[in-house]
Design a protein around this ligand. Structure first.
Ligand code: DGL
Length: 263
């Protein structure tokens, strides 16, 4: 048993999709969440910048005495995870491997597509993770930069989101893919619309998978908090206009006022 909190960081509020799943899978854990709202988006930044920001975010969480860190941001997971793992003496878990493992569990998934930010797709991290396990899988990837602002404007279904989904996913759909991994914090909010466009494709939500993976990890390492503090400490690097509304969109409930910090 370990009563220390779990640390989660993201480039902003998108990682609340991961926090939500962690609350479901591990309802007795305390969590410290940090959203780098002053420097979001990470999705089109260079690797050196993403590593520098991710290190600062992780060190902030370490100072909060977390027992492990979940890198909720797919872009940070794609470009900075190995650096963080090398430099931290607590478990650091990204979102990529969990989504990949889920996709490969089903032997019918022979053609798998990944969607994510420009930097995530450019890194080929998902592709490498898939090929490492099964080099025979056909992998297709596509960056979908308009999905982030669409979600943040709350445009989750209807004419506009359907058009944008078609614009990005038309080619992939034509390839006859078996599974699609949602490789960005924001995309789970478009899941229903993406599913209805792709029809029979298995749509995989990394947020859900990483929460289940962390639950297994904490159990194996004897780090579970069975006492149950259920506390969430919420930190951000800026509180932009419309913040509360945006956070509610991702967490599906109101959050307490976040504390604004410099990391
Ligand atoms: N959190 C980012 C991700 O999952 C999306 C938003 C951003 O570009 O920072 O890749």
């Amino acid at each position: 048993m370990n009563k220390k909190p779990i640390g989660i960081f993201d480039s902003g509020v998108g990682g609340l999709t991961v926090l939500r799943e962690v609350r479901k899978a591990l309802p007795k854990e305390d969590v410290v969440y940090f959203g780098d709202t002053a420097r979001v988006p990470y999705g089109n930044k260079s690797q050196s910048t993403i590593i520098a920001f991710s290190r600062q975010n992780a060190l902030f969480l370490l100072r909060k005495k977390v027992k492990m860190i979940i890198v909720a941001c797919n872009t940070s997971s794609a470009l900075a995870l190995s650096d963080l793992k090398k430099n931290m003496n607590i478990p650091v878990v990204g979102v990529i491997d969990s989504g990949v493992i889920k996709a490969l569990k089903n032997p019918d998934n022979k053609k798998i597509a990944i969607i994510g930010t420009r930097s995530t797709i450019k890194s080929k991290s998902y592709e490498k993770a898939i090929k490492k396990i099964n080099p025979d899988i056909k992998v297709y990837s596509k960056s979908c930069p308009l999905f982030v602002p669409l979600v943040e404007e709350g445009v989750l279904n209807g004419r506009i989101s359907d058009e944008v989904i078609k614009m990005y996913l038309e080619d992939i759909k034509r390839k006859g893919i078996d599974a699609l991994i949602l490789g960005c914090t924001h995309y789970p909010l478009l899941k229903k619309s993406i599913r209805s466009y792709l029809k029979d494709v298995n749509v995989i939500d990394s947020a859900k998978e990483v929460a289940l993976y962390v639950s297994g990890l904490l159990t194996r390492k004897n780090l579970l908090n069975t006492g149950g503090g259920k506390r969430i400490d919420f930190y951000v690097s800026d509180e932009p206009a419309g913040f509360g509304k945006l956070a509610k969109l991702f967490l599906k409930k109101n959050i307490l006022k976040p504390r604004v910090v410099n990391v």
